[in-house]
Design a protein around this ligand. Sequence first.
Ligand code: GLA
Length: 724
Amino acid sequence: MKKLLLLIVSVLLFVETIQAEHIRLSTKGSTLLITATHGKSPRFRYFGARLNDVDNPFDAGIAFNEALYPEFGAQCAREMAIQATHPDGNQSLELVVESVERRSGNGAHITAIHTKDKHYPFYVTVFYKTYDDCEVIETWTEMRHTEKRPVTLYRFASAFLPIRRGTDNWISHFHGSWGAEGYLEEEPLIGGMKVIRNKDGVRNTQTDNPSFMYSLDGKPQELSGRVIGGTLAWGGNYRIAFANDNSNLTRIFVGINEEQSHYILEPKEVFTTPVFAFTYSNEGKSGVSRNIHRWARLHRLNHGTALRPILLNSWEGVYFKVNQEVMDQMMRDFADLGGELFVMDDGWFGDKYPRNNGKTSLGDWMVCKEKLPKGIEGLIGSAKSHGIKFGIWIEPEMTNTKSELFEKYPDWVIQQPYREMKTGRGGTQLVLDLSNPAVQEFVFKVVDNLMTKHPEIAYIKWDDNMTLVNYGSTYLPAEKQSHLYIEYHRGMDKVLRRIHEKYPNLIMQSCASGGGRVNYGVLPYYDEFWTSDNTDALQRVYMQWSISNFYPSNAMAAHVSAHKNHQSKRITPLKFRFDVAMMGRLGMELQPKDMSEKDKTFARQAIATYKQIRPVVQQGDLYRIMSPFEKTGYASLMYVTPEKERAVFFVYKMEHFVRQRCPIFRMAGLDPQKRYKLTELNVSGKAIRQSGKIFTGEYLMNSGLDIELNTEYASRVLSVEAVE
Ligand code: GLA
């Protein structure tokens, strides 16, 4: 109680009402400038490189004059951040500043610009949050009213971000599909509108990721140039629109995709938008990535600063053919390689309908006794006897028409009256209606029951293999059917929060048919995501490169899979597969008993090596250097500790031709004054000539190394350690 009082007092001490008209919100490297005059429209003036106290941005002419949160009203022709229809049919708003408030505590500062409509009792507050320890600004918006009847919201952006255009601006974004999620796409931003959007309803990143970079100095570079990057922390449908008219500005609108989602806001109800997190860097795209990664690890990712265990996931090893003996054997073999955690994937559950394929059983989260007579206890016993931890796969938001759950609660699925149901995987899968509190309780209980009965479960792989179809809810009232896309994710958030609060140590993976759920809306509850169902090492270089733009390496699950890759059918050396997986959270996805003794020896060594470099890879600063997307035939990147004492450098050969020219590989992020010893890791055959040699940081970054890479799928990993 005393503690609570102290906390309240200390928080209150730091609340102030700001009188200044021009408000500067600064991080170490950036400034956001706002003008908020009482009774007037709040204005967005500038965002970019940090402004100093001497030079005046108004005199310089770089401060523009945009609405802070453009409303539909007097201004009709432009894109808008908010549009609300009042009970009397009036569709307009005119927001003016009421007050500005600033709260500080725990190294974070929140600035709230409170506005009110000039006529109606309709209120909008725009929030900005900065941190002392990172370069990211979070923004979100709250709206509420005290009108007599509900107000309908047709637009409700999380953020409006105007950027002063130069002569050559580019955007980088991430596009894909199953097996090729999140590929980096880059294009010059031309006049007109560019929209990145999603309407999956559930898996919001299988196609596009709600993240982008805006490069101000021509074609985006990894290590130089001014870049603004942002990501929407939301698990549902989104829309990011870049509006380029004939002015000097690009106006960026980011938020929930409002299509089919108009929102009936009751009097006094508060509608809070998801957070949009953005940052500025003058160190290129890699600089933006480092800013975002730091923010994620410190403030947004579950257990963000913790090191992740090395795991084996059973899926590609045995698919649905799960049983006690095979699980035990996989655990034993993996433990022998030095592995730390075993995850039993799909195929373990279903009593009346045993789960042998994708057609049945989702929802029936009881052990299939035929396959696992000793139950989960038996598996935990095996894991213990082999000295590793145990994890399990679930897909709790879903059901199959052939399941006990669906037989009992057919009204729990998302559905429309009068229509034949569209189904998903296996021709029988359906999505549960998470807007319904009874369903929320059920989904929570899936995890809660497992964890109550088996507190030793260390890890849960939470999957979701379906799009939201048959739009309609048996729970939501007729006039609020348009809330389903939003209420689904609010329901999901409630469930995840409960799990997180009750099981704070549980490690969770977010998976959705591979990389379909990689967003900062869910990552506060998940430690990591399954990057893609495609484990082909060559294609993974592209995917992991892309996803690393916004998501840190300790969240990026990267698994070494079988000899002939199951998705691409490509055959690559085990060394290449390890070298690629070791740039993220290393794991394996195969049947270890099918490996040759030679491969096992290599794997054992590589796993031991990963344990040594794990803190550098999982917590270091990422410098992407040579992009696979530049099609030079090579890709290179490195992780460097903040003190610049240790680094790990990776280089991959993406294609092989006779007389192909090999570039000189330069490093980045080191201390030019320091001397570093290079040691090649995961050596297969002969180590490169530079291994064991000492070079200055200056030399490694400016002159570089001629690294031998003259076979197909060649790769090298170098440990770079400062010496006295
Ligand atoms: C999805 C996941 C896979 C695996 C299967 C199991 O496809 O992405 O990793 O878990 O489901 O059915």
